[in-house]
Design a protein around this ligand. Structure first.
Ligand code: ADP
Length: 520
């Protein structure tokens, strides 16, 4: 019998996307299915998702979800045929392009109820209350699905194991305690040993406490989140859960991001024949209304425009970069905090022929940017994995990135002096001061001025293999172990694990010890 896995998340391409999570969910599901796992994706039934999914049929009516009634629709993803379950509710019906925040960037006040409903609906599937067979494992992703392990335990549902993957620990789903009743969480769970986190009810903490295994998306991030600097207050809990913590890196969808077959770029190319990249540069300059100049080095930023992504540092550093490199052009694509967006807009008005900014979310422009730029600037204060630099590398666009999280694992730095190492494929920098970023960009420009060295960096970048083959197998191994454990009788009473108070020094020591990693 095929292993059945239900991947529950808040977004999945092409149905809904605000960031890397959406890419990962669908491409992981596809990779799992290619390897014989019966993987189904479950996300909210936002209008965009309902519009784009194929062959939707109702598989269950759920009259008593938090926030009201809902119904489950089953169909497939329009482009890749991955089966999908959508939870349609009146609240999700009203969610627009960004499902978490309104036009002003404020979180929707009913997020707790909406995503609590998603968890309850997933548990209804596990309980056999819908036309879909119960999965062997529920793979819950981020806080949006964080309540699932707790609800399974509360309902005493046996035989379904759980994996919680942390894609970004900064987002925790912490809500007022008063929401607990509507979420059908009993008061005895609302303690510091339970779901309470600094006076709030935390969806992510619930998942961390009760999931059979926890994983995160890169080896370095798995170690970082055990420390106060990166743990966002959950480092104690995570240290206590180390035995259950795995690191499984993300993979890249090699078909969607492929210089040789990408239909969203001006002309395909490969390392053996880079002529198409010049056409892509021209296309990028045209799209962003910059002067057409084949010799202008293009530095691109394509990401959420937020404090995490060091948008503030980029806004402060770029004037220096532009003055130091008078031929350089800068292209920015992104959306996020209004103040940083304004900072980039101001820069474009100060350097009108050299800086172009598109505030918005645009897949075509994202592909054009990765293909047409020479360098991608991707500063991050923390980065669980960092898909964007890997996408740029697929097009010979060399990343300049912070040495944190997944980027520390996937990007090999060119080094500070002389000829870069043979394996180098980018530039890494430490720190979040303006000079840290400016120095790293200058280093990139020095390398760019040496065509042989630059081509070697491009070759390594384009040759890097971050396919799903290895991580998909690691997930399969994890599911197998989880399912085997879940076959044993499960706890009816929730089991709260003690929260270890980890002092900074202890956490640093703990972090130095390697975690137990999955092997293929
Ligand atoms: P994160 O998930 O933290 O946002 P990642 O780099 O892992 O960071 O993934 C970001 C994903 O979102 C990539 O697929 C990237 O191309 C996409 N993306 C971010 N901003 C935009 C935008 N404005 N337009 C199009 N795609 C975007």
């Amino acid at each position: 019998m095929k292993a059945r896995v239900l991947l529950v998340a808040s977004e999945a391409v092409p149905l809904a996307k605000t960031g890397g999570l959406a890419d990962v969910i669908t491409s992981l599901a596809r990779a799992l299915r290619e390897r014989g796992v019966d993987a189904t994706v479950m996300i909210p039934g936002y209008p965009s998702a309902i519009e784009q999914a194929c062959g939707l049929k109702e598989i269950g009516a759920l009259p008593a979800l938090p926030g009201g009634a809902g119904r489950l629709l089953h169909g497939t993803m329009s482009d890749c045929g991955v089966p999908v379950v959508l939870l349609q509710t009146a609240a999700f019906d009203r969610r627009a392009a960004n499902p978490y925040v309104d036009h002003e960037g404020n979180e929707y006040p009913d997020n707790a109820l909406c995503f609590g409903a998603l968890a309850h609906a997933a548990v209804a599937i596990c309980a056999g209350e819908t036309a879909l067979p119960a999965p062997h494992v529920v793979h819950a992703n981020d806080w949006h699905a964080g309540l699932i392990p707790t609800l399974l335990k509360l309902r005493g549902i046996e035989g379904v194991g759980t994996l919680l993957t942390i894609h970004n620990l900064a987002f925790q789903g912490n809500f007022p305690m008063e929401t607990a009743a509507a979420l059908q969480i009993p008061p005895e769970l609302l303690t510091p040993e339970g779901l309470e986190f600094w006076g709030k009810l935390s969806f992510l903490k619930a998942g961390l406490l009760h999931a059979d295994r926890i994983s995160t998306v890169s080896r370095t991030y798995a170690n970082e989140i055990l420390t106060p600097r990166f743990g966002h207050g959950m480092e104690g809990l995570l240290n206590a859960a180390r035995e259950r913590l795995l690191a499984i890196r993300n993979g890249v969808d090699l078909t969607a991001w492929d210089a040789e077959s990408d239909t969203l770029i001006a002309r395909p190319f490969s390392f053996a024949d880079m002529r198409g990249k010049s056409s892509c540069k021209r296309d990028l300059q045209t799209l962003f209304q910059l002067p057409i100049d084949p010799f202008a080095p293009i530095l691109a930023i394509g990401s959420r425009i937020t404090h995490q992504k060091m948008a503030d540092v980029a806004v402060a550093s770029l004037p220096q970069v532009l003055r130091a490199h008078p031929r350089a052009q800068v292209v920015v694509l992104g959306r996020g905090d209004k103040a940083y967006e304004a900072g980039f807009r101001l820069l474009a008005s100060q350097f009108p022929d050299r800086v172009a900014v598109h505030i918005g979310y645009d897949e075509r422009r994202a592909h054009a940017l990765h293909a047409g730029a020479d360098m991608l600037l991707h500063g991050s204060r923390f980065e669980p994995f960092g898909l964007t630099p890997l996408y740029s590398m697929r097009y010979g666009t060399v990343p300049i990135a912070s040495r944190v999280g997944g980027m520390a694992d996937t990007i090999a730095d060119a080094g500070l002096h002389g000829t870069p190492d043979a394996g180098a494929n980018g530039i890494l920098f430490d720190g979040d001061a303006c000079e840290d970023m400016t120095r790293a960009v200058s280093r990139a420009f020095e390398l760019y001025a040496q065509p042989v060295v630059w081509h070697a960096l491009q070759r390594q970048a384009m040759a890097a293999d971050f396919s799903w083959a290895e991580p998909a197998q690691q997930y399969i191994d994890a599911y197998r172990d989880i399912a085997a454990d879940a076959a044993k009788p499960c706890f009816v009473e929730p089991v709260a694990e003690p929260v270890a108070e980890v002092a900074a020094s202890e956490a640093a020591t703990a972090c130095d010890e390697p975690l137990q990693y999955m092997t293929a």
